[in-house]
Design a protein around this ligand. Sequence first.
Ligand code: NAI
Length: 270
Amino acid sequence: MYNLLKGKKGIIFGALDQNSIAWKVAERAHEEGAEFVLTNAPIALRMGQLNELAEKTGSQVIPADATSMEDLTSLVEKSMEILGGKLDFVLHSIGMSVNVRKGKHYTDPNYDFTTKGWDVSAVSFHKTMNVLYNKQAMNEWGSIVALTYMAAQRVFPDYNDMADNKAYLESIARSFGYFFGRDHKVRVNTISQSPTVTTAGSGVKGFDGFLAYAEKMSPLGNATALECADYTISLFSDLTKKVTLQNLFHDGGFSNMGVSDAVMERFTEE
Ligand code: NAI
């Protein structure tokens, strides 16, 4: 361990169970010397195992529905009280599509579900940054990261309306990131992660095929949740101070591939 986050304070959204990317980020942040508050939706706290992670990392848990300005305001206020000052890092690791959950096809969604999905998956990031920005809750040279997927740029049919939600999320990172950089010297980026076996990931139809295909296409293979956590730590550290407004692919090279030998072999078998 490198003490990369020594003395830094933050909030980590979205750890549900040991598979969650946010869970790994919390473990790694703790190892690197950070102090933080863990948060998730009240319903997820009842289902999940977040207390176990809190104990392990010496953190407190504050429930917050990331679509509620009231919950987010109270979360940020309480976190600053608990941690004794402003924040250096925030991880947004939240995604959910009701259309996916209910098996609605992309071409004929329920638009109330569509609205709920973009509120949870994208606008929640805007709301979080609204509270952090207007309460001046971030220290200078702080870092805000959200997790995204390449379906924001390219077609992955079974990703359904999450593709649109991710495009929205990435745009919010750039647009809000401008004001955060200009006014508070805070950076805002998204990490576009490989398909990863988690509760949210496995909800995507045909996920196993998806995972195997990406593995065969990527020269370095799929990035794991732990590797995603390591990359996130680097973005929270002082080693990446001038990286902002970026969508950063963390995918073993997948996003720049056309075809690989391993995939071609499948199509040239006699
Ligand atoms: P996960 O299911 O462990 O995490 C999703 C989290 O969102 C859960 O903790 C859930 O409780 C939380 N959440 C849902 N609604 C919420 C609300 N209203 N308020 C607060 N929290 C809420 O799955 P995973 O994979 O760790 O997801 C984390 C992020 O990574 C998501 O943004 C996801 O889209 C993204 N991602 C995942 C990939 C994958 O293949 N698993 C690939 C690329 C990005």
